[in-house]
Write a protein that binds this ligand. Sequence first.
Ligand SMILES: C[S@@+](CC[C@H](N)C(=O)[O-])C[C@H]1O[C@@H](n2cnc3c(N)ncnc32)[C@H](O)[C@@H]1O
Length: 257
Amino acid sequence: MSNDPISAELKQRILDKTWFYRFDLPDGTQTQRYEDGALDPIHDTRLRMLDDALKACWPDGVAGKSALDIACHQGFFSVELAKRGFAQITAVDARADHVEDVKLITQGIGEERIQAQQCDVHALSSDAVGGPFDLVLCFGLLYHLENPIGALRKAREMCSGLCVVETQVVPNMSGNVDWGSYRYVKPLMGTFGIIDETYETHGMEASVTGICLAPSTAGLMWIMEKVGFRDVQLLECPEDGYEQLRFGKRVMVSGRV
Ligand SMILES: C[S@@+](CC[C@H](N)C(=O)[O-])C[C@H]1O[C@@H](n2cnc3c(N)ncnc32)[C@H](O)[C@@H]1O
């Protein structure tokens, strides 16, 4: 990250946009944001929770490590990872507009360690994006997907250290289900809620296909173990954190490889 002044033209292009996130330019100017920054608390809380997970995994710091930011949007978490010392960050999103925005903002702040690339989560592979990566982030994505388990398998495939998943969740259901007969009963391991985003696929934060399966917390944690993560943990939200995370309506879960 550089403190060198940026050209007036580049600065104006950045300031003319309304961003999903707060970015600080080298001269201290901040990007303008949706709803005048009303969404800042959710990003700030997630960042604090991510910091706790990074510290728990790498108490000596993250210098030299690599990261993959899946569904990076405009690259806020990628930029924050660079600030914390990650040596190389690959930021991918299904939407080309977001990739362009990552390139614009990283140019604006003089950050050269972030490589942005258009890629659907289901198309991730070492051939497509390199890796595996010490850290894989999967924030704000699962509940926009019709194949969230496939996405978690991709996250596992791309990860060699720590994976942190953040997602909206639905209420869990537990109990036993007759599996063909009352004599053969299976316990429910979790729940998926079906959510309709079919009329919102134009939205920059939404699903690209419209049919969404949002997991319950218990289901998510069970699936993460089944796709190969160990030490799967629900991360604690600070008491003054964003309400959805505080009350378990969104969760952050980490898993190690
Ligand atoms: C709610 S935003 C979350 C952005 C960011 N990760 C965060 O947590 O702030 C959802 C993001 O997922 C991206 N996305 C949706 N479907 C995707 C897919 N199949 N593969 C990759 N990215 C996808 C969207 O373009 C959008 O940037």
